[in-house]
Structure formats: C-alpha cells, structure tokens
Design a protein around this ligand. Structure first.
Ligand code: TYD
Length: 231
C-alpha cells in the first residue's frame, strides 16, 4: 500500500517492555520535531476499546480461539480505517503497540490456529497494509510473566485473559515471534529485551532511525521552506 508515512510496530510477550520503549521512542522523535502518532491494539478507536474490554477481560464468559481472532481483526480493521491510514497518508510516523504479528503469535502459535489462515485474514482485513518495520522485544517467558504480574500489582489492575495463561502458552507465543523474525528478516528485527531500559532503547532507536530517515528529511525540508502544517 502506497503512503508517505512510516508504519512501525512493536511486538513481544506480555511484560517484554515494548510499551515503555514505544513511549521513549515517540518522545525522542517528537523532540526532533517529527510528526508521530502512537496507538495500540486491541484498541486505538472507540470501537476497538470496547472490543479490547471483551477480549482482555471476558473471563466470566468463554471465548473460543476463533472468536478471539475475529475480534482482534474487527478491532484492527476499524483501527486501520480510522487512525492508521489517515496518519500515514498525512506523512506521519505511526508507532503501534501490537499489530497482526500478535495475532499470528498469540492466536496462531499460542492458541493453535493455523498461521497461514491468519495471514489470509490479514489479506482480507488489512487491505495490504504491512508494517515498514517491526521490532520484536525478545524476553524469556518467565521473566515476562513476572514483570507483567508486578506491573498489574503496582497498578492494582486485574490480570488479562492472556496473562492468566501458563508458561507453556508463552513459550509457544515466543516461538511464533522467532518464526516470524526468521521468515521476514527484511521487515522484522528481533531485539534482546534483557538489559536496562536505556540499553534496549539504544538498539530500538538505531532501527527506527534507519527507517524514518527519509520521512524525517522530507519533513524537515518541507518545514524549513514553510510547507508543513497540521502536525
Ligand atoms: P496489553 O495490555 O496491551 O498487553 P501488553 O501491554 O503486554 O501488550 O494486552 C494485549 C493482549 O492482547 C496481549 O496479551 C496480547 C493480546 N493480543 C492477542 O492475543 N492478539 C492480538 O492480535 C493482539 C493485538 C493482542
């Protein structure tokens, strides 16, 4: 799909630190004067937030794996239409916390739905939109589970349906991410999520910087000649 922006997604197990890294990178790009939109899945729109409530907190009601997958794509379809595409067409850098790779890793490898079937849904619902760059923060599943629990305790938040899953589930999800990285080395960067926030951010920033350079040059040039508005 042709657009003048950059679509960058952040992926990884619950508790891998991607939301922190996404916020850091967004601040850094904004400090450079670049137009950045941050968003997340499931969520990102009013409809998406309602769906998020169902898929993350419906523990009182059973939800089959295929229903879960369908809801993720319903939220995504609306998100693309309402938020992501308009921003990309306006030449912005969109940093998105989770996207289709989460469906492949969690519903595919985690829940056992064929990854190829999920890619077919992607063709149908994402209208050819693929990220320009995907950063997967890799961590050991036990570390991720502990971090996610700590975070929930500190924020006094209930665990999500996913966070209630056991270690085996997260091992499968991690394998899924490794497989995605192997299959698409041009788009996907697997970054070690161990280490301090600063250490990981250095690696994240190098990858993002490489990717946004062209957008940044065009944007800053237009800005210096007075051609930029509305960002
Ligand atoms: P969230 O609270 O955003 O978790 P985190 O901050 O760790 O990313 O919850 C999102 C959860 O939804 C997460 O456990 C992964 C799951 N998910 C899927 O299973 N499939 C998907 O397609 C998406 C977008 C998320």
């Amino acid at each position: 799909m042709k657009h003048s922006g950059k679509f960058i997604t952040f992926e990884g197990l619950d508790g891998c630190g991607k939301s922190t890294q996404l916020d850091r990178e967004a601040s850094r790009l904004r400090q450079q004067g670049l137009p950045v939109v941050t968003t997340q899945e499931p969520g990102g729109t009013a409809t998406g937030r309602k769906i998020r409530e169902i898929v993350l907190h419906a523990s009182a009601h059973p939800l089959s794996a295929s229903t879960e997958l369908a809801l993720m794509f319903a939220a995504r379809s609306q998100h693309i239409e309402e938020v992501i595409l308009p921003a990309l067409h306006a030449g912005k850098i969109v940093l998105c916390d989770r996207f289709t790779d989460s469906s492949v890793a969690y519903q595919g490898y985690g829940r056992g739905i064929a990854p190829d079937a999920i890619r077919t849904l992607e063709d149908l619902f994402c209208r050819g939109l693929r990220p320009d760059l995907t950063i997967i923060l890799d961590i050991d599943p036990a570390t991720g589970m502990n971090r996610a629990r700590e975070r929930n305790r500190a924020a006094q938040e209930k665990e999500t349906r996913f966070e209630e899953e056991g270690l085996e589930f997260f091992r499968r999800v991690r394998q899924g991410y490794e497989e995605i990285a192997r299959q698409e080395p041009g788009r996907v960067r697997l970054i070690d999520g161990k280490g301090s926030v600063d250490e990981v951010h250095l690696k994240v920033h190098q990858e993002v910087h490489e990717q946004v350079r062209k957008v940044a040059d065009a944007f800053l040039k237009a800005g210096s000649s007075g051609g930029v508005s509305g960002v």
